[in-house]
Design a protein around this ligand. Structure first.
Ligand code: NAD
Length: 437
């Protein structure tokens, strides 16, 4: 199949490269000329494990190419995916669909022969209808069908998720879209991945319902963690105790500083807005958003409360800035609110992240960057683990205790057994766990 991917970001580039790896002929388009120039020169504009090798292999095989020129590629395509951003709209929190609508107008002008246009971006219910309307208005004679195919990959494990998905959801209103999309995903259905065909609105809503459920699950265990701290219970054990029940499942039950990233915050908000527009408010999601919003800053206060004595002018080391490990993505990372709370109290922040420091410079002010975890912790009043990168899982805790002004480790990811940290000479504060038994 000849596939065009509009938008070559975290989703578009990974999906495009994986489709090429399946043997399809893929052109990745992006408006950002720097991004395309970098890709053409053999570089990768984002950090995603394994992506450099996957892209290089498929470019060499002649299956994958990059361009800023949408029209030529779309004219020759069987299937065009829209994988542009859908951030929160400033002011009201609805999904900002201007990039999706813009892409639809550009696609409309370039269509040549029957083409399936597929929204891979996360978009509110009814967006497919609007994309269809825009294309018809811009090009009344075009032959096309609009489908929905939300993407469920996770940054940091994106290639594996794309190639071995739990399911593929495809929403169609026009039967002509079915065969080309079956063909696009044939390599996955041959591998027994469930491919679910639904109506278009169902598919659009499925993506939000999934993300909101996961956000709610995280928020639930975070609230249980708070209660654990008050009653002297251990949230890790509670999570294991409930997660072994198959009806609950053990994933997404790690207590931490609150969810962040490029999807959960904006998608929960967009779903809440949709539900309010349709006068069917989703109270659980409204509560999830409110609880999570206040949790991130509360984690900053947790650090401040743990520091003995005044904080003003003292250094706090922050380990991990990205919203999760194995990505350079800083969008809505909990570290942003935590660092802000520390700085508001007068603390100086020195941070280290294996991949996220360049991206964080654009969103954080007055942060000093270190070359390693130990360099960050040198002379600090506290070291805070915010993101659970592997690089922080086997720290030499004795060394850490020895180089800090005050040997306080606040572990917001519960990486270490409390007893081990305390034996190394650290005062250890974690989430939802009592100290040494
Ligand atoms: P991104 O910001 O990394 O990439 C979007 C790209 O689209 C940018 O490079 C931008 O320059 C480009 N673009 C915008 N308008 C364009 C146009 N008219 N023509 C060509 N290129 C254009 O975003 P992302 O993280 O890849 O997310 C894309 C969508 O996928 C969003 O709706 C998001 O919610 C959804 N999603 C993201 C993830 C994730 O983990 N990042 C997972 C599942 C779904």
């Amino acid at each position: 199949m000849r596939i065009v991917m509009i938008g070559s970001g975290y989703v578009g580039l990974v999906s495009g490269a994986c489709f090429a790896d399946f043997g399809h002929h893929v052109t990745c388009v992006d408006k950002d000329a720097n991004k395309i120039a970098r890709l053409k020169a053999g570089g990768i504009p984002i950090y995603e494990p394994g992506l450099d090798e996957l892209v290089a292999r498929n470019v060499a095989a002649g299956n994958l190419s990059f361009t800023t020129e949408l029209s030529e590629a779309v004219g020759a395509a069987d299937v065009v995916f829209i994988a542009v951003g859908t951030p929160s709209r400033r002011g009201d929190g609805h999904a900002d669909l201007s990039y999706v609508h813009g892409a639809a107008r550009e696609i409309a002008a370039a269509l040549d022969g029957f083409t399936v246009i597929v929204t891979k971006s996360t978009v509110p219910v009814g967006t497919g209808d609007e994309v269809e309307r825009i294309i018809r208005e811009c090009n009344p004679v075009a032959e096309f069908a609009v489908a929905s195919n939300p993407e469920f990959l996770r940054e940091g494990a994106a290639i594996e998720d794309f190639k071995r998905p739990d399911r593929v959801v495809i929403g169609i209103e026009d039967e002509r879209a079915r065969a080309p999309l079956e063909e696009v995903y044939r390599p996955l259905s041959l591998n027994r991945a469930p491919v679910l065909f639904t109506r278009r609105r169902t598919s659009e809503l499925t993506k939000y319902a999934a993300n909101a459920f996961l956000a709610m699950k995280i928020t639930y265990i975070n609230e249980i963690a708070e209660l654990c701290e008050r009653v002297g219970a251990d949230v890790q054990e509670v999570a294991r105790g409930i997660g072994l029940d198959n009806r609950i499942g053990s994933k997404f039950l790690n207590a931490g500083p609150g969810y962040g990233g490029s999807c959960f915050p904006k998608d929960t908000l967009a779903l809440m807005k949709t539900s309010q527009d349709y006068e069917t408010p989703l109270r659980l999601i409204e509560a999830t958003i409110a609880v999570n919003d206040q949790r991130k800053r509360a984690m900053g206060r947790k650090v401040l409360n743990a520091i003995a004595g005044p904080v003003r002018g003292r250094t706090v080391a922050v380990l991990g800035l990205t919203f999760k490990p194995n990505t350079d993505d800083m969008r809505d990372a909990p570290s942003i609110a935590i660092i802000q709370a520390l700085q508001d109290a007068g603390a100086k922040v020195r941070a280290y992240d294996p991949e996220g420091m360049a991206a964080s410079e654009a969103v954080l002010n007055n942060v000093e960057y270190a070359g390693s975890a130990y360099e960050a912790a040198e002379g600090a009043a506290a070291t805070v683990i915010v993101t659970e990168w592997d690089a922080f899982r086997a720290l030499d805790l004795k060394r850490l205790a020895g180089i800090m002004a005050d040997p306080l480790l606040v572990d917001l990811r519960n990486i270490y057994p409390p007893a081990r940290a305390e034996e190394a000479g650290l005062r250890y504060v974690s989430v939802g766990r009592p100290g040494k038994l």
